[in-house]
Design a protein around this ligand. Structure first.
Ligand code: 4FV
Length: 241
């Protein structure tokens, strides 16, 4: 998979792409990430990428010309891409969306700045995505979030130490509590079942805890989850309790 990023701050991505799981995935060639400087697609000698808003008001708006020139040039050079504008107006990213993006060959992420991007740019994109209902200073951090979430879904990126299968959200349930040594910390103990060595009992306990955590914190997620008869009985108990 290739991920291209169009931004006026392409250097922001260096640290995220050099470290840990993402860094190793890039080194192993499991994924390629190419930040591109939007200013390289300007025509004027001041490499201007923003201008005042029509209709007046505060802030600046990102110009359409460099954005569209960048979208075209990157696809001419690297091939057709699924073009995504990161913005608060977009559909809020979720794990199902991430799984879909992880199946694509090439993504091109557009990072806005200032008060936003000229609306005509949306004629040249395939999707508008938001990472959440709050306003950031730029689209770069949302792009990093998307790169991280998508990279985890690429086989071998997580390696066997951790697999996306056990993830929160894997089947739309939140993950239950996890524990490691010491067995007792300031009077707080690890549940015995986790030290029983009884894998079936551990799996049952983890499923029960995932259902409980989801029922307590995000009950609406249970609608979209694939629940067994046993799961439904467990949830009944929660409601009965
Ligand atoms: C954002 C979000 C976001 C809006 C104005 C960048 C900022 C500035 N992007 N999910 N939430 N973008 O706040 O994706 O241009």
């Amino acid at each position: 998979m290739e991920i291209h990023i169009l931004s006026i701050f392409p250097e922001m991505f260096a640290s995220v792409l050099d470290e840990s799981i993402l860094g190793r995935a890039l080194t192993r060639g499991l994924l390629q990430v190419h930040p591109h400087n939007l200013r390289n697609f300007t025509e004027d000698r001041h490499r201007v990428t923003d201008d005042i808003p029509y209709g007046g008001g505060p802030g600046m708006v990102m110009k359409p010309e460099p954005m569209v020139a960048g979208i075209r040039a990157i696809q001419e050079r690297f091939g057709p891409s699924y073009v995504i504008l990161l913005s608060p107006q977009g559909d809020v990213l979720c794990q199902d969306g991430v799984k879909g993006l992880a199946r694509m060959e090439r993504l091109l992420l557009i990072c806005g700045r200032y008060s936003g991007v000229d609306a005509r740019v949306t004629h040249y994109i395939d999707a508008e995505l938001s990472i959440g209902d709050y306003v950031l200073t730029g689209g770069e951090i949302p792009a990093m979030v998307l790169v991280d979430a998508v990279a985890r879904m690429i086989p071998q990126v997580l390696g066997d130490a951790q697999s996306a299968v056990e993830d929160s959200w894997f089947d739309s349930l939140l993950q239950g509590p996890v524990y490691t040594r010491p067995v007792e910390f300031e009077g707080l103990c690890v549940p015995d079942v986790l030290r029983s060595g009884n894998h079936a009992a551990v799996a049952k306990w983890r499923r029960q805890q995932a259902l409980l955590t989801t029922w307590q914190r995000r009950p609406e997620l249970l609608q979209g989850a694939s629940l067994s008869v046993e799961d439904r009985a467990i949830i009944q108990d929660f409601e009965g309790a």
